[in-house]
Design a protein around this ligand. Structure first.
Ligand code: NAP
Length: 246
C-alpha cells in the first residue's frame, strides 16, 4: 500500500513513533527512524523492520536543533533521496502545576514539541510539496483539546499544532499534498508510565472504551492518513481517544 513512499518518523526509537515506523514499513514504505539519544533502541527498530523484509535507516538528530535537522535532511537525501511523508511524532513532557512551572520548563517543552515541528516541517517542506504523495502528519494529543492538570506547557504545544497544521494545509493545498493532525488519547508508553498510578486510574474512568490506547490503535490511523485513501482529507484533527469528550 505504501510501496515507493519514503517516510520520516521523528522520535521513532520507542513508544508511538516506533509503532508507526514498524507499521509503515510493514506496509511497504521505506522508513527513516529518527532518534535523539536512544541509538541502540533505534538500531533495534531498524533490525526488526529488516527482519520482516522491510527497509529502514536510523538517523540521529535532536529535532529542537535546526542545524541537526538540516544535517538529517542532508543524510537522508544522500541515502534515500527526498521523503514523501513526514510524521512529526517526537515529543516530551515536563509536568508541574503552573504555579511551580519555570520558564525553563516552558521553553524546553516548546522547543521540542513545537520548535521541533517547525524545524522538521521547514527543512522537509519542499520534499513534501514536490512529492506526488506528500503527507505531513503531526502527532498532537487529546490534552491539546481538553487541557490537563499539570500540563500547561504540553497542552499549549499540542493545541498549537492544530493552528499550525490547518495553516500548512491551506498553504500546501495547491500542490495536492496534505497536512493533518492526529490527537491520541492516553497511550501505553513510557510517557504514560511517568503519570502517577492514582492519576492513571482517574483518567481511565473518563475513557468510554474503558482502556488506554495501544500503540497499534494509533499506528493504524497514521497508516490511513499516510496512504492513498486519505488524499481528499486535509487540515483535520483526528481524535483517537476511546471516546473521551473534548
Ligand atoms: P515516548 O515513549 O516518551 O518516546 C518519545 C520519543 O521521542 C523517543 O523516541 C525519543 O527519542 C523521542 N524524542 C524526544 N525528544 C526528542 C528530540 N528532541 N529529538 C528527537 N527525538 C526526540 O513518547 P510517546 O508516548 O511515544 O509519545 C510520542 C508522541 O505522541 C509525542 O508527541 C506525545 O506527545 C504524543 N502523545 C503521547 C500520548 C501518550 O499517552 N503516550 C498521548 C497523546 C500524544 P530518544 O529516546 O532518543 O530521546
Amino acid at each position: 500500500m505504501l510501496d515507493g513512499q519514503t517516510c520520516l518518523v521523528t522520535g521513532a526509537s520507542r513508544g508511538i513513533g516506533r509503532g508507526i515506523a514498524e507499521d509503515l514499513a510493514t506496509h511497504g514504505a521505506t522508513v527513516v527512524v529518527n532518534y535523539r539519544s536512544s541509538e541502540k533502541q533505534a538500531q533495534d527498530v531498524v533490525a526488526e523492520i529488516e527482519s520482516n523484509d522491510g527497509t529502514a535507516i536510523a538517523v540521529q538528530g535532536d529535532v529542537s536543533d535546526y542545524d541537526d535537522v538540516e544535517d538529517m535532511h542532508a543524510e537522508i537525501h544522500d541515502a534515500l533521496g527526498p521523503i514523501d511523508v513526514l510524521v512529526n511524532n517526537a515529543g516530551i513532557t515536563i509536568d508541574k502545576k503552573f504555579a511551580n512551572m519555570t520558564r525553563e520548563d516552558w521553553d524546553a517543552v516548546m522547543d521540542v514539541n513545537l520548535g521541533g515541528v517547525f524545524n522538521c516541517t521547514h527543512c522537509f517542506y519542499d520534499d513534501i510539496q514536490e512529492s506526488e504523495h506528500g503527507r505531513l502528519i503531526n502527532i498532537s494529543s487529546v490534552v491539546g483539546q481538553q487541557g490537563n492538570y499539570g500540563q500547561a506547557n504540553y497542552a499549549a504545544t499540542k493545541s498549537g499544532l492544530f493552528g499550525f497544521t490547518r495553516t500548512i494545509a491551506l498553504e500546501m493545498a495547491h500542490s495536492g499534498s496534505t497536512a493533518n493532525c492526529i490527537a491520541p488519547g492516553f497511550v501505553k508508553t513510557d510517557m504514560l508510565e511517568e503519570v502517577p498510578q492514582r492519576v492513571q486510574e482517574k483518567i481511565l474512568r473518563e475513557i468510554p472504551l474503558d482502556r488506554f490506547a495501544t500503540v497499534e490503535d494509533i499506528s493504524g490511523i497514521v497508516r490511513f492518513v499516510a496512504g492513498e485513501d486519505s488524499s481528499y482529507m486535509t487540515g483535520q484533527v483526528l481524535g483517537v481517544n476511546g471516546g473521551m469528550e473534548w
